[in-house]
Design a protein around this ligand. Structure first.
Ligand SMILES: C[S@@+](CC[C@H](N)C(=O)[O-])C[C@H]1O[C@@H](n2cnc3c(N)ncnc32)[C@H](O)[C@@H]1O
Length: 474
């Protein structure tokens, strides 16, 4: 972050705008909206600036400013689009100790002006640090469409009860939760539906209950998907915004962790193959301990928590302590990797069933009956199989599975560094060893692999499709 985001109080303070351009008009408007005493300097301002002449807090000087004009000025905007005027304004305003912003002249700027979404009294300011202002404008347009105008009125309505809420819920953490429940619960719903009377009635009921309902902790087991933050569910995102503490492991990418509420505690619990930062027992104990303290504990897991995520085991212990639990599904690696690589897991011409298996069990590489899994008309998706790929293929071949069975290994599926290695049962191990994949990786076995590159999916490269067709009789 190159700039410090702050909101400046300018009510009753002097703000100078030099210029009569459209940019000047925007600066005048924003400063007036914030309650400033605005002085505009320009011999002949344009129509947009003239619209504000006559405003009780605006003074127009039909000339360019001189040094003495900047005495006692808090903010000075240069918007004349004349280099000489900009230079004078910058020098004089700095000498007077004002904060300066000159349009399109970065070296003359103490601050930049953000794109703003206003829902009085809520103001959202968006900045790209000057890198790509168009992105800020696009985001602003999206937020304008997303935020009901009534949010501003909801803020004003709730502000009337601030003091009483403070008294009813003295504890800081509980009070934050109380506010969240108000805004996202029945009170906020009633207000946004236009029923202010009902909202007030419900708010009084909540005030009467105070913090009685807020002292209990909970555990939320949430799936974060295979890595691409855009694949999070809305519900996962909402819970990430409300949790007090988040326990996450290696499969949850940085881009996702960045979306957790800023002041929530984040605990990395590790879990690399053969290098566990915390044992499963320690993780479960920590969740229980935090929930018993009254915290909302978010256990964030890669993919889906109930598919090879040990979610069930963790919850058994939590439930035994009578702690309320909620589970939010995530996109499992098989679905995410299949989509991102352009390999459908089922297809009427290739596979009418699909099984998800893990290469590893509690005691090491599992001894699956491969003739049941790797057979015509069925796709097999193998989780946690990268390090055991040699063992897996050897066992399958020994049990009589066709050596030319198509196999794809998808590494870091859905992420920017996704790679797909294609082969057949009898050569995939060597190809993967050569590629030195870092993992996590998923193994897809079956005829659907021949569709890789054929469906026009980005991330699915057609040249591999050609290789596959040329090299293998399928
Ligand atoms: C402990 S399992 C967790 C699976 C997770 N609960 C799910 O539903 O995807 C970890 C395995 O999932 C697979 N995996 C998870 N994310 C992946 C990704 N982005 N790309 C490829 N494989 C992935 C790998 O096989 C990895 O070894």
């Amino acid at each position: 972050m190159d700039y410090l985001p702050i909101f400046l109080e300018v009510a009753g303070k002097r703000v100078i705008v030099d210029g009569g351009t459209t940019v000047a008009a925007r600066r005048v408007e924003r400063a007036l909206n914030a309650g400033a005493l605005v002085e505009v300097f320009d011999p002949d301002p344009g129509e947009e600036v003239r619209r504000f002449l006559g405003h009780e807090r605006l003074t127009h000087h039909a000339r360019v400013p001189v040094e003495a004009d900047f005495d006692g000025c808090l903010v000075a905007y240069g918007a004349s689009e004349e280099a000489e005027r900009d230079t004078l304004l910058h020098r004089a305003a700095k000498a007077a100790g004002a904060l300066v912003n000159v349009a399109d002249e970065k070296s003359y700027c103490d601050f930049i002006t953000p794109s703003v979404v206003e829902r009085e009294p809520i103001t959202i300011a968006i900045s790209t640090g000057g890198a790509a202002p168009v992105i800020a404008r696009i985001l602003r347009a999206r937020m304008e469409a997303m935020l009901p105008a009534a949010y501003g009125r909801l803020a004003l309505f709730l502000a009337k009860f601030r003091g009483r809420i403070y008294e009813a819920v003295p504890n800081g953490r509980n009070r934050r939760r109380f506010w969240e429940n108000l805004i996202e619960g029945p009170v906020g719903d009633a207000f946004l539906a236009g029923e202010e009377g009902l909202a007030e009635e419900r708010l009084h009921e909540d005030l009467a209950r105070g913090s009685a309902d807020l002292r209990h902790g909970e555990v939320w087991l949430v799936g974060a998907g295979p890595g691409d933050p855009d694949l999070l569910t809305f519900k996962a995102l909402r819970m990430m915004q409300h949790a007090d503490v988040v326990l996450y492991d290696r499969l949850v990418g940085d881009g996702i962790i960045d979306l957790v509420r800023r002041d929530a505690e984040r605990i990395f619990v590790g879990k690399k193959p053969n290098a566990h930062t915390m044992t499963q027992r320690e993780i479960t104990d920590l969740m229980i301990e935090r929930a018993q303290r009254g915290e909302r504990v978010l256990r964030l897991k890669g993919g889906d928590p109930f598919i090879f995520g040990r979610g069930g085991e963790e919850l058994e212990d939590v439930a035994a302590h009578g702690i309320p639990v909620e589970v939010v599904p995530g996109i499992t690696a098989a679905a995410g990797c299949g989509a991102a690589a352009g390999i459908p897991l089922t297809h009427r011409d290739h596979a009418q069933s699909c099984v998800f298996i893990t290469a590893h069990g509690a005691g090491g590489v599992l001894d699956h009956d491969w003739t049941r899994y790797a057979r015509k008309g069925q796709t097999v998706v193998v989780y946690m199989g990268l390090n055991a790929l040699g063992e897996v293929t050897k066992r399958a071949l020994t049990q009589g599975v066709e050596p030319d069975m198509p196999v794809a290994v998808i590494d870091n599926g859905t992420r920017l560094d996704q790679r797909v290695i294609l082969g057949r049962l009898d050569d995939i191990e060597a190809k993967v060893a050569e590629a030195e994949l870092p993992g996590p990786a998923l193994i897809v076995i079956g005829h659907v692999v021949t569709l890789y590159g054929a469906l026009g999916v980005k991330g699915s490269r057609p040249e591999h499709q050609m290789e596959l067709k040329a090299g293998h009789a399928l």
